[in-house]
Design a protein around this ligand. Structure first.
Ligand SMILES: [Zn+2]
Length: 284
């Protein structure tokens, strides 16, 4: 059975037909993930749900224990991670309510630990193509099949937050060619790559960022209405995509560490080996 992880809002696991639901407390070398993981089965697929900001949304983006979240997914067997993420649009044609599947990221965060490595072991994984093209393709097909308006490919910039951008920043990012802006996909995508998990984002456009003339006219009610509609659509897409995702992996993600571990085996301490065992055992 394939295992698919879904990181996103807490309402996502309430998908019709999910059975065998259990909550799993996971401990990791980096502490606890954002919350207990919810495990369930749908159409012979194991699903793992993790509310990124914790139950009741108590964890702000800079406070998320990203390493624990990705490690917990790895520990419970996830080979695929769908990152369901609310974003602001930086382009006129990406309208609130549209779905967006990025194929590139810009990491503009400032105070996050973005690697499992260090403390005696070094690895440099490739991030040239930070998104799993297979998983992104599956999400794209599922989105079309569900009748969503979906934009395929483009740049997601991750900012530190928690404040939104200034107008000057927003215009700068637009000049960089950025399509959407969010606060969570970095270092999530980097850590998923280090953990050899296929990662793709299903971004839900909530509103236009502050560069847009409509920005100031949008009420909180409008944003919440769009958010709720987006979550309903995300549930439909997830239900659809699980049958499209292949049973085995042939993409580059699954052996991303193969030529990336630089430290000589004999120089890696037993303590480090033990700590990173799940990630590196195939190679050392
Ligand atoms: Zn992949």
């Amino acid at each position: 059975m394939k295992t698919i992880g879904i990181i996103g809002g807490s309402g996502l696991y309430e998908i019709d037909g999910v059975t065998d639901i259990e909550q799993i407390e996971v401990d990791t070398p980096w502490g606890k993930p954002s919350d207990r993981l919810v495990k369930g089965v749908l159409d012979d697929v194991n699903l793992l749900f993790l509310p990124r900001h914790g139950k009741g949304h108590t964890i702000m983006p800079s406070e998320i224990n990203f390493r624990a979240n990705i490690y917990a997914m790895k520990k419970l067997g996830a080979e695929w991670i769908i990152s369901v993420s609310a974003v602001g649009s930086m382009k006129e044609e990406i309208k609130p309510g549209h779905l967006f599947i990025p194929d590139q990221f810009i990491d503009n965060t400032k105070k996050r630990v973005s690697t499992f490595f260090g403390d005696g072991i070094v690895a440099h994984v490739s991030m040239a193509d930070p998104v799993c093209s297979v998983l992104a393709g599956c999400l794209s097909k599922a989105s079309y099949d569900c009748g969503a308006v979906v934009h395929n490919g483009g740049i997601y910039i991750c900012m530190e937050g928690p404040q939104f951008s200034t107008r000057a920043e927003s215009e700068l990012y637009r000049n960089w060619g950025v399509d959407v802006i969010g606060m969570t996909n970095m270092p999530e995508a980097k850590l998923a790559r280090e953990a050899e998990i296929c990662y793709s984002t299903l971004a839900l456009t909530t509103d236009y960022d502050c560069w847009h003339s409509d920005h100031d006219d949008v009420t909180v009610e409008d944003v919440i209405e769009t958010l709720n509609k987006n979550v309903e659509m995300a549930k439909k897409v997830i239900k659809k995509v699980i049958s499209i995702i292949p049973g085995s992996r042939s993409c580059v993600c699954h052996d991303a560490l193969k030529y990336s571990l630089i430290t000589q085996k004999e120089s890696i301490s037993d303590e480090v080996k033990k700590k990173l065992n799940i990630l590196v055992e195939r190679y050392i």
